[in-house]
Design a protein around this ligand. Structure first.
Ligand SMILES: [Zn+2]
Length: 236
């Protein structure tokens, strides 16, 4: 499976066409796309553009809370969303953190996770897989997509952060050492969590938000207020 760039009206995003063909509508947006707020006009435009009934977007806390969305539920805060109803989108906002979509083709369940370093160290991705398994998804059939995030090329971390990962049992290969500095590979850390859960189908967009020539908003590059959205939903 390969990521490709797509455009729908003013919405520019990356997607995996085979997954969309399998009924899992999804996108990792570039910063050129409008930003979605719960009640703003772009929210309506987003619903119209992707033929959605509604979307769920939360205050993200860099924690590990995951919500299964049922019966019009709108959780206020958390970092993972699991969709079980058709035409409802789970939206995650990012600006360096890693958005991960977990799909279960053929089953009415799909997840999306906001995995920054804190959420990754708290193993939010593992929790998302476990919740999806509780809802009937078989691990071998799951497909994980890792969207744009800050890459190991640019994500320098200090001892405080790398120490937490080592204490949590992450392998050394999630770090890259260069010129006395340590760089964190947040995608490899999440790949490790997914593999430990038995997920074999993991696809990485390979896009770094920091050094992608301004295609994406990057917190580390100093864009504190700007973010892009990522979503997953089940086609009706
Ligand atoms: Zn980079």
């Amino acid at each position: 499976m390969k990521f490709e760039r797509a455009q729908k009206g003013g919405w520019s995003y990356y997607r995996v066409p085979e997954l969309e063909a399998a009924g899992i509508l999804h996108g990792f947006f570039t910063r050129a796309s409008p930003y979605v707020e719960p009640h703003g006009k772009d929210g309506k435009a987003f619903l119209d553009a992707f033929a959605l009934r509604r979307f769920v977007v939360m205050d993200q806390e860099h924690g590990d809370a995951i919500h299964v969305i049922r019966d019009g539920e709108r959780p206020k805060s958390g970092d993972g969303i699991i969709i079980i109803e058709k035409d409802v989108a789970g939206v995650i906002k990012t600006a360096d953190c890693l958005p991960i979509i977990i799909a279960a083709p053929g089953l009415p369940v799909a997840g999306i996770v906001h995995a920054g370093w804190r959420g990754t160290a708290a193993k939010i991705t593992r929790k998302a897989v476990q919740k999806m398994a509780e809802l009937g998804a078989e691990r071998e059939g799951l497909i994980a997509l890792m969207g744009p995030s800050i890459g190991p090329c640019c994500y320098e971390v200090k001892e405080d952060v790398s120490g937490i990962f080592r204490n949590e049992g992450f392998p050394d290969r999630i770090f890259r050492e260069d010129g006395g500095a340590t760089y964190l590979d947040i995608r490899e850390a999440n790949r490790e969590l997914l593999r430990r859960e038995g997920i074999k189908n993991i696809y990485d967009a390979g896009l770094c938000t920091y050094c992608s020539g301004g295609l994406f908003a990057s917190y580390r590059r100093g864009e504190r207020g700007s973010r892009q959205i990522n979503f997953v939903s089940l086609k009706g």
